[in-house]
Design a binder for this molecule. Structure first.
Ligand code: AMP
Length: 216
């Protein structure tokens, strides 16, 4: 049983590490950003509302986010734990989430905060490309696809996410510092925070996470 939160700004490598953690500890990864993008793609009422905020790099209002997360965590596959990527993003979300877990007599085991310098984050995010169909991620310099513009995994076109434009990334960084950064102190006070240096190789970052979790 492992209930985890991955904290860190866009470009910190949360998505990459989430996949590896999920595989090693056999817990589902729940990415609010990915859930929201699916809603936007399917043009659900929630998706149409969320898109207004996501496009410019702003946060989706807390009430909408919390409802979606609670619904997802009630699903069968979360019975043995979960890894949250991109949630909570505000102190309000964290407080509401604590209440929700308490009502289920549960609590968070660890919050992994991946730390990376601001300029590196912008560079990583603006160069990021994703597959429109399968969601595989690339970087124009650090991890280019074998054939330019085409996904190695499924052969479909890779694109830049609308909110990875330089303007939106700058906005998201500001929003992160103002709204999400306070969560570091919030979870530190609770004694569940692990700080990980994100400017190392992917393998070393993963190893540090495994060590911090203390579960082999
Ligand atoms: P991400 O893929 O985590 O970078 O999320 C993409 C976008 O979805 C963010 O820039 C926000 O607009 C929205 N989003 C994702 N998670 C949350 C959250 N927990 N609270 C508010 N908005 C969120």
């Amino acid at each position: 049983m492992l209930r985890l939160i991955l904290l860190g700004p866009q470009g910190a490598g949360k998505g990459t590490q989430a996949v590896r953690i999920g595989e090693k500890y056999q817990v589902p990864t729940i990415s609010t950003g990915a859930i929201f993008r699916e809603h936007v793609k399917n043009e659900t009422p929630f998706g149409l509302e969320a898109q207004k905020y996501m496009k410019g790099g702003d946060l989706v209002p807390d009430e909408l986010v919390i409802a979606i997360v609670e619904e997802r965590l009630k699903e069968e596959d979360c019975r043995n734990g979960f890894l949250l990527d991109g949630f909570p993003r505000t102190v309000c979300q964290a407080e509401r989430f604590d209440q929700f877990l308490k009502s289920l007599e549960q609590s968070i085991d660890k919050v992994i905060n991946i730390v990376v310098d601001k300029q590196v984050l912008i560079d990583r995010t603006v160069g990021r490309r994703v597959c429109k169909v399968c969601g595989a991620t690339y970087h124009i310099c650090y991890k280019p696809p074998k054939v330019e513009g085409i996904c190695d995994v499924c052969g479909n076109p890779i694109i830049q996410r609308e909110d990875d434009s330089e303007e939106a990334v700058t906005r998201r960084t500001e929003v992160y510092i103002k709204k999400t950064q306070p969560l570091v102190e919030y979870y530190n006070k609770k004694g569940v925070l692990a700080v990980i240096n994100g400017q190392q190789s992917m393998d070393k970052v993963f190893q540090d996470i495994v060590d911090a979790l203390g579960v082999k």
